[in-house]
Design a protein around this ligand. Structure first.
Ligand code: M6R
Length: 610
């Protein structure tokens, strides 16, 4: 939610800020703005409602130049996405500028207090109170004024502040949303995420919650919440910057769908040896004692990550015999959950910064659970609060719709299921080797599905006019029905509902007529016949049937209007394969409807607010 950037150094600041914002636009795209301090010591601000391109036009018409500055791309929480509400916000004297990601919960109270003291507000945002507070506390030391302001704030924030009166200095602080400081030579960078700094440096410092950093061209000094100096511990980012570019694809989403074979391979490399059946999940800190003493596993996530958790439950209970509870993180945190002695809670989160997921895992920890995280972002908050981490190795996922993050989450959950099964003596070495052998075939099989893109685009052409869809599946494929429906609705704005196929006759079948297509997940499995019956029931009511079936299935072809195939596989692996044609279907429907695939309306990639 919202992207922030800052630069202080020897280069012209505006191109750096704009480039950084371009790489962060996935975090929010309601409005954008920059504030720059020029050599004469005055602050220039340009802001524009709508996408970043509007700000670029504004800057082309009315340029700014300077040596240090800050920028922001917004996902609106308080106040409409107008130019007035766009960041940066300024104090009344126009000497201090500030960008913010997060929500200030007590802003109304703070705002009335400031208004009583004569401060005039020009926006509807919660953010504006922060800059006025900084200004009210300013006595020649920006960091001290920011520190005092933070004491007044309730809520979550990542902020960057610049003052015209303290040249070549930025002050940044976080409580919740991430801040990354990129360390350069006589220049330093601040950003919400790593991609904006990758073109300049691979050495970064991830600020911790409660920390404040003073960033100048030559120095980064960090203080903890009490104002004590803290050592800046740098980490090296090993991603290839090209991975964060579109690389010839029309959209990031399409590129990321194509990257799934590599992402899954990368998630397996170094962890499994299919010849010896060895599984090494070192960073998870899972040993025989824990595997056998664990009373239950709580899988917590939101959206797509929650769907991955649902699949994980089937695998872990079946293969390892560990009871698994799955919760929406946003529900778990508020429902006084029971956490058994000996429970392990596992956050599943691509970004590692989803506010609800972080709060839920903290709740589980407070109730005595050990914490694991399956996460895609090294150094993110979820990884730092956990006792064990399994990184998904998907590389940066920029498209708002999750694709490769999902299938690598599934891969990691499957590895956990197998490792638990091994440590609990539930599967023989041969049974594990057989599964690892089949797991290693998945990337090649996904390449085969992706190669059917033209056929899937043709199906998209046939179904794009429908106004609603039902996705159905049973067992392991029920969560994939949910995920297929989520993908379609989030990027094409078509209403879609995922349902367990066996539940159709308990209500949703009433919806079916020739205007409601049913996407039925029916690859070979022990539930195949049952799903096929549900499809026939839908066909008997004139439903348009789009089946996802095992290659060569002639039976379903008889009563399906369209058929997409996935390769023959162990039924356990069907969720990984069946997800891919559904991702492509949603993608092509959305493209055909002219939707903004990578940046769907009202959404943002990382949901760092409740
Ligand atoms: O970063 P996270 O995995 O914690 O994000 C959770 C959800 O916001 C996310 O999975 C969302 O549902 C997907 N981007 C939808 O495609």
């Amino acid at each position: 939610m919202c992207g922030i950037v800052g630069y202080v150094g020897h280069r012209d600041v505006v191109p750096i800020l704009l480039e950084g914002l371009t790489r962060l636009e996935y975090r929010g795209y309601d409005s954008a703005g920059v504030a720059v301090v020029d050599r004469g010591g005055s602050v220039g601000i340009r802001r524009a409602a709508g996408k970043l391109v509007n700000l670029k036009t504004e800057l082309a018409d009315d340029p700014l130049a300077g040596a240090y500055g800050i920028g922001h791309t917004r996902w609106a929480t308080h106040g409409k996405p107008t130019t007035e509400n766009a960041h940066p916000h300024q104090d009344a004297a126009g000497r201090i500028a500030l960008v913010h990601n997060g929500i200030i919960e007590n802003f109304l109270e703070l705002r009335s207090g400031l208004e009583e003291r004569g401060v005039e507000f020009v926006s509807e945002t919660d953010t504006e109170v922060i800059v006025h507070l900084v200004s009210s506390y300013y006595e020649g030391d920006l960091a001290a004024a920011v520190r005092r302001t933070l004491d007044d704030l309730e809520g979550i924030y990542a902020i960057v502040v610049a003052s015209a009166d303290e040249p070549d200095k930025l002050v940044t602080a976080r409580q919740g949303p991430p801040i990354v400081v990129g360390l350069g030579e006589n220049e330093n960078f601040i950003a919400s995420d790593v991609p904006p700094v990758m073109g300049y440096t691979r050495d970064v410092v991830f600020l911790d919650d409660g920390q404040l950093a003073v960033v100048t061209p030559d120095e980064v000094t960090i203080q903890d919440g009490a104002g004590n100096a803290v050592e800046a511990v740098a980490q090296r980012v090993t991603w290839d910057p090209v991975t964060a570019e579109k690389g010839g694809f029309k959209h990031f989403m399409l590129k990321e769908i194509h990257e799934q074979p590599t992402a899954i391979r990368d998630s397996l490399i170094g962890r499994v040896n299919r010849h010896t059946g060895q599984i090494d999940l070192g960073e998870l800190n899972l040993d025989e004692d824990l595997a056998n003493s664990m009373s239950e596993l709580l899988l917590l996530g939101c959206g797509t990550s929650w769907h991955a958790a649902l699949v994980g439950k089937y695998w872990i209970e079946k293969l390892a015999g560990v009871p698994v509870k799955v919760d929406h993180a946003s529900e778990f945190r508020y429902r006084d959950p029971l956490v058994a002695d000996g429970a392990v809670a596992c956050a599943i989160t691509q970004s590692g910064e989803t506010a609800d997921t972080l709060a839920a895992t903290r709740e589980a920890k407070d109730r005595g659970a050990k914490l694991w995280t399956i996460c895609n972002v090294v150094g993110s908050m979820a990884t730092r609060i956990s006792d064990g981490v399994l990184l998904t190795q998907a590389g940066p996922e920029i498209g708002v719709a999750s694709t490769k993050a999902f299938t690598t989450q599934l891969t990691c959950l499957y590895l956990i299921a197998l490792k638990l099964a091994e440590l609990r003596g539930r599967l023989s070495r041969e049974a594990i080797e057989l599964r690892l052998h089949n797991l290693a075939r998945l990337p090649g099989q996904i390449e085969g599905i992706v190669a059917q893109a033209d056929k899937i685009d043709e199906v998209a052409r046939r179904v794009q006019h429908f106004k609603q869809f039902l996705f159905i599946g049973r067992g392991l494929l029920y969560p994939i029905a949910l995920e297929g429906a989520l993908k379609l609705k989030e990027i094409s704005y078509i209403h879609a509902h995922g349902y367990p196929a066996g539940e159709m006759k308990h209500g949703p079948i009433a919806l079916i007529d020739d205007g409601v297509p049913i996407v039925a997940l029916a690859p070979q499995s022990d539930l195949y016949e049952k799903t096929a019956s549900n499809m026939q029931e839908a066909k008997a009511r004139d439903g348009f049937i789009l089946a996802v079936a095992t290659e060569g299935d002639e039976n379903l072809a008889d009563f399906s209007d369209e058929l997409l195939s996935i390769p023959d596989c162990l039924p356990e692996f069907a969720p990984l394969l069946a997800s891919v044609p559904l991702q492509l279907l949603s993608y092509y429907v959305a493209v055909r409807l002219g939707c903004d695939v990578d940046q769907p309306r009202n959404l943002a990639k990382s949901v760092t607010v409740e």
